[in-house]
Write a protein that binds this ligand. Sequence first.
Ligand code: PLP
Length: 472
Amino acid sequence: MAGTLEHEATSVLKSNGKVFDPAAVAKEPVPPVVASDDAIVENKREIVLGRNVHTTCLPITEPEVDDESTGGKEAFMAGVLARYRKTLIDRTTHHLGYPYNLDFDYGALAQLQHFSINNLGDPFIESNYGVHSRQFEVGVLDWFACLWEIEKDEYWGYITNCGTEGNLHGILVGREVFPDGILYASRESHYSVFKAARMYRMECVKIRTLVTGEIDCADFKAKLLPNKDKPAIINVNIGTTVKGAVDDLDLVIQTLEECGFSHDRFYIHCDGALFGLMMPFVKCAPKVSFKKPIGSVSVSGHKFVGCPMPCGVQLTRIKHINALSKNVEYLASRDATIMGSRNGHAPIFLWYTLNRKGYKGFQKEVQKCLRNAHYLKDRLREEGISSMLNELSSTVVFERPLDEEFVRRWQLACERNMAHVIVMPNVTIEKLDYFLNELIIKRSIWYKDEKVQPPCLAADIGSENCVCLLHK
Ligand SMILES: Cc1ncc(COP(=O)(O)O)c(C=O)c1O
C-alpha cells in the first residue's frame, strides 16, 4: 500500500541520516481476529490492557546546529507531512466502516488556523479569555434547540469534543437529578454509556435487544418492575453503533408509565451520536423532541455533518443544569461541562456547514445515503451475501470478511460475525461498486474450497437475513 505509516517511519530515519535498519522498522499493526472484553487476539499478537505496543512512530529529533541556516529540518518535515497527506488521501478513499462524512470543503476557514480559539467555561457566560467563538457556538445550539423543539430560554447546552462526551454529560445530568437512580441501557448501547456508569459508580442494568438491535421493551419492563422504588435514568439509542437500530422512544416512555414511573421519576438521555442528525430528515420517522419527557440529547458533529475534527452537540433542560454547575471565579464563568478547555474551532465549522446546507441540504443528503444504503444491501443479497439494513438506517450489516487485510483496507468495523458499511454522504454508488467488486473477487478466492464456508449470521441479524449454507 502506498504511503503507509510504515513507509513514513522508514523515511524519517533515512532523512535524519541515522542508521537505517529495515528489520527494526515496526510493521503496521495486524488486525484483530477475535475480540473479547479484555483482550484482542491479533494475528499471532495479543493486545493486553496495560501493555503498550509501539507499532509505528515518527520520532522527534532534536534540531542540528546548522538547521536554521540550511533549512534542512524544515525541508525534512515538509517531506514527512507531504507523505502523510498522501496516506490520508489513500485512507480516505478506502473508508467505509465508520460513520464519518469525509466530503467537505472548509477552505474559507483556513484563515482562522492562526488563532487559539478556546470556549472554556459556559457558552452562555463569557469568560475573561477573549479569543473564543461563543457567538458561533450559541448560534449552533439555537439551531439544534429549534430542531429538537425546545424554547431558547428553556435549554442549556454546549459543543462537546465528541458523542462520548455528550453521553458522559447527559448521564451525569441524569445522575445529578436522581442521585439514587438506576441507569438502564440496551446491551447494544455504545461503550461510552457503560463507561459513564463505571465512572459515576452507578448501578447499571443492561436490557436485551431485538434482532434488529433495538431495545427490547418487554425485557425493559421486566427489569423496571422490581426496581420501582428507585428513579430510572435511561439511555435511548437513536442509532446503535453496530446495526444502526433506533430505539422506540415512545415505547420506552410508555413502558415507564405502565410500570408506574411518573415523569418526575425518570430521566431519558437520547444518544443520537450516529443517527440523531439524520432521523429528523427521514420522512415519517419518529421524532426526538423535548416536547416529550426527555432530559437530554447528544449528537456527534464529525459524523453525518462532516466536521474535520471530532466534536458534538449536547442539549439539556436549563432547569437540570443548575444542579451540576459551579461558578469559577478565575474563569469569570460557570463550570457545567465535562471538559475545561473546549475546542473553539469546532463551533465555527458546525456553524459554517449548517449555514451552507441548512435543513434542505441535510434532507437531500440523508435521502441519498438511504438510497445508496439500499443499493448496497440489494447488491449484497444478489451476490448471495448475508446482509441487513434497518428501516431508518444507512448502516448495512453483512458477513465479516474472512481476510483481515481486506477488513483493514476498507476500514470495516467488525463484531462477532458481522461487519458493516455506514453509508455517509461521501459514499457514492461508484465507491460502493468498487468495494463490491473487490469483495466478490476476494470471496471467490476465500470460499473456492467447499471446506471453508461463509459465516452464519442468523444469531446476529436473523435467519431471514442470513444466506449461509443452512439458511439460504
Ligand atoms: C451510538 C453511538 N454513541 C456514541 C458514540 C461515540 O461517539 P464519538 O465517537 O463521537 O465519541 C458512537 C460512535 O460511533 C456511537 O455509535
